[in-house]
Design a protein around this ligand. Structure first.
Ligand SMILES: [Zn+2]
Length: 331
């Protein structure tokens, strides 16, 4: 049984967006791109649309990976508060909604691959159904011979693979008849199509926040903030902004019941090909805007879905408060 405030299945998200559109057209611009598999990938711009956007601070929040559903549930609950003044389960909003909406443009991509999310066997990974090995085989598909996780690539073409997974991994997004991509590792994904279009439209961002989950194998912790892999080479003002923002998120996580964040804030530690994907696909944006990645534990009874959702909501709350109070763009 998922908690009543948890909405992550694409059918439920679509229904929620339709309700928001009907009830709050002055605060929400809901746009979608239809991914190849047929589902809408929503870009939800939340702001007071009666106030000119020119002087507003801007943040975009996105959730690339279909096996990581808690960031969807968190974004839906935060948007609900900003639009209605209440959480989904009827508690008062944690935000000064009027000020946030008047002074900021918030763009949410709550689910960059809803087809993948809909292919998952569960709406939340609480650790009761799958071992991590079984979970990872859902993520990238099971190897046809061993049943273990298939490989991690930016893009693959079914016609060119000698051994395809026996079930397509839910992390992959189909982009045409034969090709699949990992959304944050290839520019052909609907995620990147949206990021390019929205960046053209809104101009500079003050903050980009990428929401993720991971398993924290052999770690007592269940939350961490990651800096860009190129952090050490970024402009000084971006580095300082990212570090202060990250420290604020970690500090807030310490106060969440069940939260146990990693104190140290470091750049993404990938090497080799996986690092190269990020350098090639994100390098230009890293150089221009403050970008943080949040990781909350997935598939472990130590971090139940309510805590997964809460830690994501707190990362969002701190980020929105920082946007209102500071913002990055040099005027
Ligand atoms: Zn992820």
């Amino acid at each position: 049984m998922i908690e009543p405030a948890w909405i992550s299945h694409p059918d439920e998200v679509d229904a929620k967006v339709a309700q928001w559109q009907a009830d709050h057209p002055e605060l929400l611009l809901a746009e979608s791109k239809i991914q190849f598999a047929g589902r809408p990938v929503w870009a939800l711009t939340v702001t007071d649309r009666t106030v000119d956007d020119a002087g507003k601070r801007r943040m975009i929040v996105y959730k690339p990976h279909a096996h990581e559903p808690a960031p969807i549930a968190a974004q839906v609950n935060v948007i609900e508060q900003l639009l209605t003044g209440q959480t989904i389960d009827g508690r008062p909003s944690e935000f000064d909604g009027e000020r946030v909406l008047r002074e900021c443009v918030l763009v949410f991509l709550p689910d960059a691959n809803p087809d993948g999310t809909a292919r998952a066997p569960v709406e939340a990974w609480d650790g009761s159904r799958c071992t991590n090995e079984e979970f990872w085989a859902w993520m990238r598909g099971p190897d046809p011979d061993t049943g273990e996780m298939w490989k991690r690539v930016d893009i693959y073409d079914e016609r060119e693979e000698e051994r395809l997974p026996s079930r397509t991994g839910i992390v992959y997004e189909q982009i045409d008849e034969h090709r699949w991509v990992e959304p944050n590792r290839h520019h052909s994904s609907t995620l990147f199509q949206w990021l390019f279009e929205l960046t053209d439209r809104y101009g500079d961002w003050d903050q980009l926040l990428s929401l993720h989950q991971t398993e924290f194998v052999n770690s007592p912790h269940n939350a961490m903030v990651i800096l860009p892999c190129l952090y050490d080479d970024l402009p000084q003002d971006i580095r300082e902004y990212e570090m202060r923002w990250a420290e604020e998120i970690v500090a807030a996580w310490r106060d969440v019941p069940g939260g146990n964040p990693i104190e140290e804030i470091k750049p993404l530690a990938y090497t080799g090909q996986q690092r190269q994907y990020f350098v090639e696909r994100w390098g230009e944006m890293y150089d221009r805007y403050p970008i943080l990645t949040s990781e909350i534990q997935n598939n472990n009874p130590r971090t139940p879905p309510t805590v997964q959702q809460r830690l994501n909501e707190v990362a969002l709350k701190v980020s929105i408060e920082r946007l209102v109070e500071h913002g990055f763009r040099r005027s």
